[in-house]
Design a protein. Structure first.
Lengths: 282, 111
């Protein structure tokens, strides 16, 4: 039994992370975790029965304007420019705060304490026999990482498929730090290749086994294969450029509800398992 | 009255910089005496909150007026709380922008 976390990342957005993750999770009997907390959409397809929802909070500074002597040490210290001077007080831009606690440490007048602020919530549900979790960042909030950390640090010791944010931002870095292996989803376009390269250079820093899945694959287009060959990266699978897939996806349906695609994903799931078993042992 | 204008370079002949938080330099003017100095904007490389950092930086000069072409909501909030007026101008030489200001040709924006 594989008890590991597989992160599904992409570089470019819209290449099919959620398509792969939501269809693969039931096939592999893996839990589905939507860590794309800025716009989670996996639950649209899996439609899990949500059994639990809880709020996620972070800490932000609160200035006691009476105790504050306007020495501005906290402002000079803050790396994230959360604090600013005003005529008789200190302004707090709490959305930029990384909750590092530094401002409180440098304050000599005990004028700063930390208070809790809600940044989003986590929902837990079930689809058939698998567990589904998603983090949802509150609209207007900027700091997704604390929410991703809360989501991914509490995963069960089972096979988990983590649907990541696109790009190579802090959100993806945070997701990868909880991953034992990684699937990179891309498409055979120049944009797909460009961002795949960035994603590869990021995932290599984590020294975890990874492979590429080419979505919207077209006969005669070997843009991604050529790159993967040169870089000695495994192409684990291909999903064809197919109007039926696009239609089913646009209707919020899982592909594996159709026998034809269920077969394909079962095959893909088997290859992934074999790939992981080979590479995780070595 | 002290006036600060965002600038693309440190020379008096530099063009105004359209951005506030990520401008290259701030030119400090005295309403009567004219150009005083140019300050490098150390906030312009900030990964986030450049506008707030830039505002903190120029507050040390105690300006009465900022002239630029765009101020973001965060920087604007800091300036407003320090009772600094914000005027906007088209992209011109900083010295011409200052001349326009003295001739009341510039528009003050409310934040």
């Amino acid at each position: 039994m594989l008890n590991i976390n597989i992160a599904v990342i992409s570089g470019k957005g819209g290449t099919g992370k959620t398509l792969v993750a939501t269809n693969l999770a039931p096939i592999l009997k893996a839990n589905y975790i939507d860590a794309d907390v800025e716009e989670p959409n996996g639950f649209i397809f899996l439609k899990p029965k949500v059994i639990k929802t809880y709020k996620v909070k972070t800490s932000i500074p609160k200035i006691d304007q009476v105790k504050c002597q306007q020495c501005y040490k906290c402002i000079d210290f803050c790396e994230f420019n959360v604090l600013a001077k005003a005529q008789d007080k200190i302004l707090v831009f709490d959305k930029l705060c990384h909750s590092c606690g530094g401002c409180k440490l440098v304050c000599e007048y005990d004028a700063i304490r930390y208070i809790k602020k809600e940044i989003g919530h986590i929902s837990i549900g079930t689809y058939k026999e698998i567990e589904c979790r998603q983090g949802i960042l509150k609209i207007g909030e900027l700091m997704a990482v604390p929410l991703i950390e809360e989501l991914l640090s509490k995963l069960k010791n089972e096979l988990n498929i983590i649907d990541s944010s696109p790009g190579t931002s802090c959100n993806v870095v945070s997701t990868l730090s909880y991953a034992d292996s990684c699937l990179l989803i891309t498409e055979p376009t120049q944009f797909g290749l460009h961002d795949l390269k960035r994603a590869v250079s990021l995932v290599r820093k984590f020294k975890i086994p990874f492979g590429v899945i080419i979505n919207r694959a077209m006969k005669g287009n070997d843009l991604i294969e050529k790159y993967c060959q040169t870089e000695k990266i495994n192409v684990i699978g291909q999903i064809p450029y197919d109007v039926t897939i696009a239609k089913l996806y646009s209707e919020g349906k899982l592909l594996i509800e159709q026998e034809k695609y269920k077969k394909e994903f079962t095959k893909l799931g088997k290859i992934i398992k074999e790939f992981l078993l080979c590479n995780l042992q070595s | 009255m002290k006036i600060i204008i965002t600038a693309q370079g440190k020379e008096k002949t530099s063009l105004m910089d359209a951005r506030f938080g990520r401008c290259q330099y701030f030119h400090v003017y005295d309403y009567d005496k004219g150009f005083i100095k140019a300050i490098e904007n150390r906030a312009n490389q900030a990964t986030g909150g450049a506008g707030i950092k830039a505002a903190n930086l120029i507050l040390k000069e105690k300006p009465d007026v900022i002239i630029t072409s765009d101020v973001g909501p965060n920087a604007g909030y800091v300036l407003k709380n320090n009772e600094i007026k914000v005027f906007v101008s088209d992209l011109k030489k900083v010295s011409d922008v200052f001349a326009d200001f003295k001739e009341n040709k510039l528009e003050e924006i409310s934040i």
